[in-house]
Design a protein around this ligand. Structure first.
Ligand code: NZQ
Ligand code: ZN
Length: 405
């Protein structure tokens, strides 16, 4: 196990009826708040009124920056920065999923600097200060509620970049599983897939081969993401299913699983960010396709590691790691199909002829994220693995694949 520092300062209030705590939790950080939210779901499901009432009851003065879109964009974050300045906001409140929280973080980071906020994303400027952010999470998946990351798309350049800094940890995040009961089936599945992709990035790229604590943690979180997602799809109002999904996806990217792994990469996210920047596909949908293609591309090289996961997760017990790796990927594909996730670039409506363009668009982020191995040529090769239907992988799929204890 490598040396590590694990310091996650975000306070989590988890459980039924916690939404109303957003007022007092935010008041601890200031009196003038900018409330950031998305397009329509918050008002449609009554959360907006509850959150506003709680903020006002706690003595906060509130201005608003709504209409954050999925795959949030730089120009809209810039408008939020202007609003926060004009309002002299002291604290930013995010009420939504990853897109809303990431926009709130960008506003918090951009408000006190002269330069454009995008310079943080390209590594041209370093972050020295940020306004405090509090959140009410309404969609389980991104992990933004308890981590230091933010992701924006620059519509001008067609680049979707992520940036992380310890100052961007939310101060408090409210995780009320009931707030996620209205998330539609596709977004529920995309959130679970996103969390699985975060875990797989670490699991499969860790520099340190001897990390059994983290391995068991990640395998358990992957399994629970699938089980909890299935529960939520069967019954969207299943409180405990929603609760398990919410906590699992949060733990998947809050620093805990990566602690001790040494250097890890995000090579699958590198490719997906190019897809969602160019085609505006939901992040989790893009991840489903890219993870499958990446696993297939790495199947031989990472056979031992992928097989280890398949043995734990699916109870596969054949001795040959190459065979077990192939079956692990096939079973994962089968689960993705069962939750109606896209499996190929074609499912996302992206033609094979676009592969060079998608690969070329990963150059900038590969440089910023120091992914020297992810050359456009290698990325294109992985994308070609994203073209075939998964049932071509393995002609011997068992009908019943689940291995839940
Ligand atoms: O805009 P509204 O009307 O609110 O609808 C949203 C949106 O259309 C809807 N929604 C959210 N909560 C709902 C709901 N609908 C019904 N009931 C509710 N309670 O869901 C749609 C998707 O929302 P979004 O916030 O885009 O989804 P998600 O949480 O999956 O976030 C995705 C974004 O997070 C980034 C992704 O790249 C993507 O831009 N990520 C951020 C990370 C981070 N900060 O650490 C890491 C991730 O890898 C990821 O890259
Ligand atoms: Zn992700």
């Amino acid at each position: 196990m490598h040396n590590f520092v694990f310091h996650n300062p975000t306070k989590i209030l988890f459980g039924q009826g916690t939404v109303e705590a957003i007022g007092p939790e935010t008041r601890a950080w200031g009196r003038r708040a900018l409330l950031v939210y998305g397009r329509s779901s918050l008002k449609r499901h009554g959360l907006y009124q509850r959150i506003l009432a709680s903020l006002q009851a706690a003595g906060l003065e509130v201005a608003e920056h709504g209409d954050v879109r999925a795959n949030p964009v730089l120009t809209h974050a810039r408008q939020g920065i202007d609003k926060a300045r004009a309002w002299q906001a002291e604290v930013i409140v995010a009420a939504g999923g990853g897109s809303v929280i990431d926009t709130a973080k960008a506003i918090a980071a951009g408000v006190s600097v002269e330069h454009d906020v995008w310079k943080f994303f390209t590594g041209k400027k370093s972050l020295k200060a940020a306004l405090p952010v509090t959140t009410v999470l309404t969609l389980a998946g991104s992990g933004s509620e308890m981590n230091s990351g933010m992701v924006l798309t620059n519509e001008g350049t067609g680049e979707k970049f992520g940036f992380g800094h310890r100052l961007l940890h939310p101060k408090t995040s409210i995780l009320d599983p009931q707030a996620t009961c209205t998330v539609p089936p596709d977004q529920t599945a995309f959130g679970a897939i996103d969390a699985i992709s975060h875990l797989l990035e670490f699991y499969l790229t860790a520099a340190d081969p001897d990390t059994p604590v983290q391995d068991r943690l990640m395998e358990g979180l992957i399994e629970n993401s699938m089980v909890a997602c299935d529960r939520c799809l069967r019954d969207p109002l299943d409180y405990h299913g929603r609760a398990n999904l919410m906590w699992t996806t949060c733990l998947a990217l809050n620093g805990l699983t990566a602690a001790g792994l040494g250097r890890v990469g995000f090579p699958m996210h590198l490719i997906e960010h190019s897809l969602s920047a160019l085609y505006d596909v939901p992040h989790g949908a893009g991840m489903a396709v890219v993870v499958l293609g990446w696993l297939r591309a790495q199947q031989t090289v990472l056979a031992q590691r992928i097989a280890g996961l398949g043995r734990r997760l699916f109870g596969l017990d054949e001795p040959d790691p190459q065979l077990v790796a192939a079956r692990t990927i096939a079973r994962f594909a089968q689960w993705l199909a069962s939750v109606n996730a896209p499996l190929t670039l074609g499912d996302l409506g992206i033609p094979a002829a676009d592969i060079p363009r998608i690969a070329d668009n990963t150059r900038g982020l590969a440089r910023v994220w120091r992914l020297a191995d992810s050359t456009p040529e290698r990325v294109a090769a992985i994308l070609r693995h994203c073209l075939a239907r998964p049932d071509a992988d393995n002609g011997n799929l068992p009908g019943e694949w689940r291995h839940y204890p």
